[in-house]
Design a protein around this ligand. Structure first.
Ligand code: BJW
Ligand code: ZN
Length: 307
């Protein structure tokens, strides 16, 4: 549901906008069957996904975190781009508008949907890049879609099924910090996942050190080249409109782009299942809310208005 005035007002603004930014988060993945980070979907084998996507988790148990990322890679390779991905990809090919997408997602689905590569900025990296952990080695393996990455990471399918059928209630999820004490409080549904030694994980072909997923975890710097490309777009003219799609807006610096565009006079359109009531009532100037599945709303909102 949305405020009926929003679609018409938004489409008028969209039609007149020459420079547009989309800020994308995990909610766009929901209809492709991939989980979000926060909320009830954000669980993997009783672990909170947000706890696993951290440098501390990798330092404490790289085998556990690699199994989590193997699962994410596997899920992403199985998933198909949805109508929301396709609508953004189409906008990226527009010849009448300057458009870039800033995505926090690491699954590669926008690229697979046909989004113009030079207009797609993956600020949290990619599940399909691997980086060496050695401070003295710069080896990076780009676009590696091997599934599994090593024989030991080939988690048997029956095991996967037994795990997914015993998903816990949110209150029962384990924090990865529990691993720091080497004791994981048993949960009724928890089955220990296999323990892997470093030698069974992806190793750098250049220096034999442990490789890590090429994603950005909390406390880590975002790729400077990508931030520079975004800055170039933002500084080369006013942004008329920002589309804020399926993101909780809790993570810096991604969330700062919304305030930046708004503070410079740009309009804001939010596509989310959960939108502040004040936005839905139209109380924020030049801010529209499309409440529901972003994959359903985007093709409608970004369609050429009927003449
Ligand atoms: C739907 C839907 C449907 C559902 N349709 N919608 C204090 C200490 C240390 C650091 C900080 C600090 N204070 C601030 C910081 C900085 C920190 C930060 O922001 N922390 C906050 C949590 C407070 N940021 C960083 O550390 C960043 N680096 C940095 O700032 O460097 C400089 C610096 C360093 C040190 C100190 C200070 C500054 C790096 C951030 C990296 C985030 N990494 C992750 C993991 C990536 C790898 C991976 O994917 O595994 O990125 S965390 C996770 O959150 C992931 C996501 O991209 C990101 C955002 O999540 P997103 O996409 O918004 O998903 P959800 O689940 O949160 O929301 C889904 C939304 O969809 C919801 O709103 C739903 O309602 C909606 N939805 N279904 C439409 N069908
Ligand atoms: Zn190396």
């Amino acid at each position: 549901m949305t405020n009926p005035a929003h679609l018409a007002e938004f489409q008028e603004c969209f039609g007149a906008s020459k420079r547009i930014v989309a800020l994308v988060g995990a909610g766009l993945l929901a209809s492709s069957g991939l989980p979000t980070f926060r909320g009830t979907q954000g669980l993997w084998k009783n672990f909170n996904m947000i706890d696993l996507a951290t440098p501390d988790a990798f330092y404490i148990d790289p085998g556990l975190v690699w199994q989590f990322y193997l699962w994410r890679r596997h899920q992403a390779l199985q998933a198909q781009p949805n109508a929301g991905h396709l609508a953004l990809a189409e906008l990226s090919r527009s010849t009448s508008k300057e458009f870039v997408t800033i995505t926090q997602n690491v699954d590669g689905l926008l690229g697979r949907a046909g989004h113009e590569r030079e207009k797609l900025h993956e600020i949290h990296g990619s599940l399909f890049d691997l980086r060496c952990t050695s401070f003295t080695c710069t080896y990076v393996d780009h676009g590696n879609e091997d599934d599994p990455l090593t024989p030991a990471l080939d988690v048997p399918e029956e095991y996967e099924k037994s795990q997914s059928s015993s998903l816990p209630k949110e209150s029962e999820s384990l924090s990865v910090m529990d691993l720091g004490q080497n004791v994981v409080a048993p949960s009724p549904q928890f089955t220990a996942i296999q323990e892997l030694s470093v030698s069974e994980l992806p190793l750098c072909p250049a220096c034999q050190s442990l490789m890590r997923p090429g994603v950005v975890w909390f406390g880590e710097l975002l790729p400077l080249r990508v931030l520079d490309e975004i800055d170039d777009f933002l500084e080369s003219g006013p942004v008329d409109l920002i589309l804020v799609i399926g993101t909780s807006g809790t993570v810096y610096p991604a969330n700062a782009y919304v305030d930046l565009v708004r503070s410079r006079g740009g309009a804001v359109a939010i596509f989310n299942t959960d939108i502040e009531p004040a936005v839905m009532r139209g109380e924020l100037e030049r801010t529209w809310g499309f409440q529901g599945d972003a994959a359903e709303w985007l093709p409608v909102a970004l369609a050429e208005p009927k003449k």
